[in-house]
Design a binder for this molecule. Structure first.
Ligand SMILES: Nc1ncnc2c1ncn2[C@@H]1O[C@H](COP(=O)(O)OP(=O)(O)O)[C@@H](O)[C@H]1O
Ligand SMILES: O=P(O)(O)OC[C@H]1O[C@H](OP(=O)(O)OP(=O)(O)O)[C@H](O)[C@@H]1O
Length: 197
């Protein structure tokens, strides 16, 4: 089924497009917010990634490159991109949720933000940031990537930081996850995604 921009905006649901460098804590923030988001009626998109299912700390659906290409060719993705040597896809189900008036949180890509905004003009772009130096520590502590892959992620971050988009709402995750979760919910209330309390 083909969708155009007006189809994607027809519901009242809001796309919450969460971005930030690899290692800034997007997955951790999503996991720590999952129950509260669900209770508030916000859906969380499950990413499809060409990363092995055994990879630590990942709630995504791991597929082979061939499976990903077959899914893409069948139109299974609302959005997809390639980064860090991996393919990432966001299931088409996101569009059904939005059309039904449900807000949806997506773990997105900064490099894909312009295209995401073209498709979903009303999206809420949220940037998870950490203080200088923390990123390297977090990536090393996560222990999922090799030293070379970590350096590539840090270099990608340095390139993408230079393109910072002023419309991004910044959430700091340099301290505790609880602080970042609280900041996310404050933002969702302030932006009208969730009712004011
Ligand atoms: N506020 C925090 N304090 C300490 N460690 C954190 C915090 N947030 C995330 N981490 C840790 O940092 C690493 C990277 O987090 P992750 O959620 O995988 O980042 P991303 O999804 O952005 O790549 C993980 O090991 C995670 O446990
Ligand atoms: O254009 P960028 O903003 O750099 O984003 C590129 C990709 O990296 C991030 O994934 P994730 O944090 O899961 O990366 P990882 O594979 O290193 O965990 C993000 O969710 C994107 O899918």
């Amino acid at each position: 089924m083909q969708h155009d921009a007006s189809d994607r905006q027809s519901g009242t649901g809001r796309l919450i497009y969460l971005v930030g460098p690899s290692g800034s804590g997007k997955d951790s923030l999503i996991d720590a917010s999952r129950e509260r988001l669900s209770a508030a009626g916000v859906e969380i998109a499950r990413r499809v990634i060409t990363r092995s299912a055994e990879a630590k700390g990942e709630a995504a659906h791991g597929v082979t490159a061939e499976q990903f290409e077959a899914m893409r060719a069948q139109g299974a993705f609302a959005m997809h991109w390639r980064a860090n040597g991996l393919d990432y896809g966001i299931p088409l189900q996101v569009d059904q949720w939005l059309s039904a008036g449900r807000s949806v949180l997506v773990n997105g890509s900064r490099a894909y933000l312009v295209e995401a905004r073209r498709r979903y003009p009303n999206l809420l772009a949220v940037l998870v940031e950490v203080r200088h130096g923390v990123l390297r520590e977090r990536l090393l502590a996560r222990g999922r990537e090799s030293a070379e892959e970590i350096e590539q992620r840090l270099a990608r971050n340095a390139r993408l930081q230079a393109l910072a988009d002023p419309s991004l709402h910044v959430l700091d995750n340099s301290t505790t996850l609880e602080t970042a979760v609280a900041a996310l919910f404050t933002l969702l209330h302030d932006e009208g995604v969730l009712p004011q309390v």
